[in-house]
Design a protein around this ligand. Structure first.
Ligand code: NAD
Ligand code: TYD
Length: 360
């Protein structure tokens, strides 16, 4: 495989995935296809923007003609699909944007693969690994498609889908479409479903970057409900490593759960952030705890997510490379060192800048 389109490559996880592919594959062309919505920011890729094997293309996956133009121009033999509307709270306020991008956008990409790849049923069902594969649609999804857990248990690859928010329902629909196009039209696919990511370049409306930003500015830290909701957190670079490894080594048609075996109740996580940040900022121990503010709960809030990533470890030997304490420390340091980035994304200034550069 020579030409790889990565969709959503200007976003949080996508930018780390693009970097992983560009750095490790000088023999392949990596085309970053992104609409540059509020969540897409080319600042995230400054360090590799001049790499000879990297190309950026502004395009919207909900617009068939825009992606068809790129399929004609680059003749990609594989797609790593991350472009999505990704924030649960936004999906509660405006579900249609999620249905358009996550469902229709994914269908548009699958239709292009069908149209431009000369597919045979053997290719999708032949279980070929990365060395023999001619084409691949790698779909990046979330553990939220499995619904919510009680106090015990883990999501495995066999857990039935039970999405609870417009975001997770739209992602579940896209997962079903990918498998259906594999089964019906022979589009070779792999899926992975990952737990909550954290790390550099995370848009500051999600829990961890929001709290880092607010602790820094001594603003309230909004805790939904009683704060006992639980998430399983993975350092974003480890997610990008997993995607890269699965892309090249896993068999066609497989699904992998990716997670850190790292569960935290929201309130405990916020207290851990406060502990590390007060120390780094030279504030008195626990000084920022006064910022904790319990607020109205999110409607339909999923109680607990926890991933069982055993299959990925057994099949491919993948495991997280960074402990949570270290990953959180690196994340806080990145935000402290990149306050300009934080200011720009909060004000939207970066959007105006790139909109001017890429307006057609
Ligand atoms: P993000 O919101 O930070 O980035 C999304 C990117 O997609 C942005 O660059 C945006 O400009 C682009 N995009 C949005 N709509 C588009 C469209 N119509 N056409 C082209 N590009 C468009 O999201 P993220 O957190 O980096 O998540 C990336 C993927 O990983 C998503 O598919 C998400 O469902 C999945 N995922 C996220 C997490 C997480 O914790 N953030 C966990 C598991 C899986
Ligand atoms: P979030 O980062 O939005 O990710 P997701 O909803 O995909 O898990 O939220 C993580 C958890 O933190 C979730 O239980 C909701 C909660 N939360 C708050 O308590 N306060 C906040 O301001 C936000 C954004 C989230």
């Amino acid at each position: 495989m020579k030409n790889i389109i990565i969709t959503g490559g200007a976003g949080f996880i996508g930018s780390h995935v693009v970097r992983e592919f560009v750095k490790n594959n000088p023999d392949k062309k990596i085309i970053n296809l992104d609409a540059l919505t509020y969540a897409g920011n080319l600042e995230n890729l400054k360090d590799i923007e001049n790499a000879p094997n990297y190309i950026f293309e502004k395009a919207d996956i909900t617009k068939e003609e825009e992606i068809e133009k790129l399929f004609r121009r680059y003749k990609p033999d594989s797609v790593v699909h991350l472009a999505a509307e990704s924030h649960v709270d936004r999906s509660i306020a405006d579900p249609n944007a999620f249905i358009n991008t996550n469902v229709i956008g994914t269908a548009n990409l699958l239709n292009m693969c069908r149209k431009y790849w000369a597919l045979s049923p053997v290719e999708s069902r032949g279980n070929s690994d990365g060395k023999k594969r001619m084409h691949l649609f790698y779909h990046v999804s979330t553990d939220e498609v499995y619904g919510a857990l009680g106090d015990t248990g883990f999501f495995t690859e066999q857990t039935p889908y039970d999405p609870q928010s417009p975001y997770s329902a739209s992602k579940a629909a896209s997962d079903h479409l990918v498998r259906a196009y594999g089964n019906t039209y022979g589009v070779p696919f792999i899926l992975s479903n990952c737990s909550n990511n954290y790390g550099p370049n995370h848009f500051p409306e999600k829990l961890i970057p929001l709290c880092i930003s607010n602790i820094l500015q001594e603003k309230p830290l909004p805790v939904y409900g009683d704060g006992n909701y639980t998430r399983d957190w993975l350092f974003v670079v480890d997610h990008a490593r997993a995607i890269h490894q699965i892309f090249f080594e896993a068999k066609t048609g497989e699904t992998y759960n990716i997670g850190g075996f790292n569960e935290w109740k929201n309130i405990d996580l916020i207290k851990e952030l406060i502990k590390q940040m007060d120390e780094k900022l030279g504030r008195e121990k626990g000084a920022s705890e006064r910022l904790i503010t319990y607020v109205k709960d999110r409607p339909g809030h999923d109680k607990r997510y926890a991933i069982d990533a055993t299959k990925l470890n057994k099949d491919l030997g993948w495991k997280p490379s960074v402990s949570f304490q270290e990953g959180l420390g690196r994340t806080i340091d990145w935000y402290l060192e990149n306050q300009e980035w934080l200011k720009n994304v909060t004000s939207g200034a970066y959007q105006n800048y790139y909109a001017r550069q890429y307006s057609s």
